[in-house]
Design a protein around this ligand. Structure first.
Ligand code: PLP
Length: 397
C-alpha cells in the first residue's frame, strides 16, 4: 500500500456532472440548461468584439512575458477599482481600497477566505440558503465553519426578507457574511434597494464583516446600477471585501480574470492589508497570469473599446430579459394553469424555475438537462430551442 492506495473517490461536482451526462447523450437535439455560461442566440459562447480588438492591439505591441507584480497588473487593478467602487468613490481618492488581480472570481473568493482566516481565525462564515454551490466548499477549505442564512422562499419564488434580516441580526459580531451583490446565483432573486439599505444597517449595527461576491456586474440592471450596493457599503466605513469576475461580463471564462478588493479605514491600514494579501498570493500561486488582465485593462482604459464593451454587455443583458419575457409568455400559452410570472422578476443568468427534482428527471428523458434544484440558465435558451423547452416543461408539469 502507498500513500495513495486508501484514497476514496471524491463526490462528483453536481453541475459539471450534468454536463458530463449531456455530453454522453447522443440525441442531436439535446439542450443543456444546467450550465453557468452565457450563450448567444445561436447557442454559442460569444467572443466579444471588444476583446478581439484589444487582442489585436496587444499583438501589435509584442512584449516579453515577465512575471507580473504579486498583486497583478497595476493598470488592471486601477481599472477594476474604478469599475467596482465607481471612479469618484472616496475610498479610491483616500487610498483606502486595495485591489489584487485574481484567478477568476473563484480565485478572488479564495484569496479573501485565506486572508480572513489569518486575521479572524475564529469567525464563522454565513452564506445564503441556497448559494452558489462552491461558496461553502471554498470557505470550508480555508478552514472556516460555514453556516446558511435564510434567503430564498420557494412558496413566493422570492426572498424571504424578514427571515433574512432576522438571521443577520442574530449573527455574532465579527461574523463574515457572504452577499451576492447582484444576480443571485442560483435563484435569480435579488433584493430591492430599500431592502439593501436594511441589510447594510444590520451589518453595520451588528459589526459583521461583509464579503460581496459580484460575479455578474452588468447582467442585472446595468454596470453602475449593479455596483450601487458596493458603493453603498463603502459609504458606511465598515471593513469590506469584494470579489469580482470578468468571466461572464467579458465572456473570458477560461482566461480566469477576477479581482479581490478590500476596503480599509485608512491609507496606512490599507498598505498593511496589501502587504499581507501579497503574502497570501505569493504562497499560493505567486502572481497572476498576464493575458486576460491585459485584455480587460486595455478595454476598460480605451474609450472606444470601453464603449463597445458596454454595448456588448448591454446586448447580453437585454437578450436575457427578452428571453425571460418570451419564456413566461410561451408558458402562459402552453401551460395556462401554471403561473411563471416570477421568472420575469428574477435577475441575471439564472432562474429557480420551481421545477421539482422529479420534473427535472422527466425533462432529462427528453434530452433537456437542468439542475436537480430546478435551476435553469436562461441564457442557454434561444429562439431555436425555446419552444422545444416550453413544450417539454408543459408536458412534465
Ligand atoms: N461567484 C458566483 C456567485 C458565481 O456564480 C461564480 C461563477 O459561476 C463565481 C463566483 C466564480 O467566477 P469565476 O468563474 O470567475 O471563477
Amino acid at each position: 500500500p502507498s500513500v495513495f492506495s486508501a484514497i476514496e473517490m471524491a463526490p462528483r461536482d453536481p453541475i459539471l456532472g450534468i454536463t458530463e451526462a449531456f455530453n454522453a447523450d447522443t440525441n442531436p437535439n439535446k439542450i443543456n440548461l444546467g450550465v453557468g455560461v452565457y450563450y448567444d442566440d445561436n447557442g454559442k459562447v460569444p467572443l466579444l468584439a471588444c476583446v478581439q480588438k484589444a487582442e489585436s492591439i496587444l499583438i501589435e505591441q509584442p512584449t516579453p512575458r515577465t512575471y507580473l507584480p504579486i498583486e497583478g497588473l497595476a493598470a488592471y487593478d486601477k481599472a477594476v477599482q474604478e469599475l467596482v467602487f465607481g471612479a469618484d468613490n472616496a475610498v479610491i481618492q483616500e487610498r483606502r481600497a486595495i485591489t489584487a488581480q485574481a484567478v477568476g472570481g473563484t480565485g478572488a473568493l479564495k484569496l479573501g477566505a485565506d486572508f480572513l482566516k489569518r486575521f479572524s481565525p475564529d469567525s464563522e462564515v454565513y452564506i445564503s440558503d441556497p448559494s452558489w454551490e462552491n461558496h461553502r466548499a471554498l470557505f470550508e477549505s480555508a478552514g472556516f465553519k460555514v453556516n446558511n442564512y435564510a434567503y430564498y422562499d420557494a412558496a413566493t419564488h422570492g426572498v424571504n426578507f424578514p427571515a433574512f434580516l432576522a438571521a443577520l441580526k442574530a449573527m455574532p459580531k465579527g461574523a463574515i457574511v457572504v452577499l451576492h451583490a447582484c444576480c443571485h446565483n442560483p435563484t435569480g432573486a435579488d433584493l430591492t434597494q430599500d431592502q439593501w439599505g436594511q441589510v447594510i444597517d444590520a451589518v453595520v449595527t451588528n459589526g459583521l464583516v461583509p464579503f460581496l461576491d459580484m460575479a455578474y456586474q452588468g447582467f442585472g440592471a446595468g454596470i453602475a446600477e449593479d455596483g450601487a450596493v458596493v458603493r453603498r457599503f463603502t459609504e458606511t466605513g465598515v471593513p469590506l471585501l469584494v470579489s469580482n469576475s470578468f468571466s461572464k461580463s467579458f465572456s473570458l471564462y477560461g482566461e480566469r480574470v477576477g479581482a479581490l478588493s478590500i476596503v480599509a479605514s485608512s491609507a496606512e491600514e490599507a498598505s498593511r492589508l496589501l502587504s499581507q494579501l501579497k503574502r497570501v498570493i505569493r504562497t499560493n500561486y505567486s502572481n497572476p497570469p498576464v493575458h486576460g488582465g491585459k485584455v480587460v485593462a486595455t478595454v476598460l482604459a480605451t474609450p472606444e473599446l470601453r464603449q463597445l464593451w458596454e454595448e456588448e454587455l448591454a446586448a447580453m443583458r437585454v437578450r436575457i430579459k427578452a428571453t425571460r419575457e418570451a419564456f413566461v409568455q410561451k408558458l402562459k400559452d402552453k401551460a395556462p394553469g401554471h403561473d411563471f410570472d416570477f421568472v420575469r422578476e428574477q435577475v441575471g443568468m439564472f432562474s429557480y424555475s420551481g421545477l421539482t427534482k422529479e420534473q427535472v428527471a422527466k425533462l432529462r428523458e427528453q434530452s433537456i438537462y437542468a439542475v436537480d434544484t430546478g435551476r435553469i440558465c436562461v441564457a442557454a435558451l434561444n429562439s431555436k430551442n425555446i419552444d422545444v423547452v416550453v413544450d417539454a416543461i408543459a408536458k412534465v408539469l
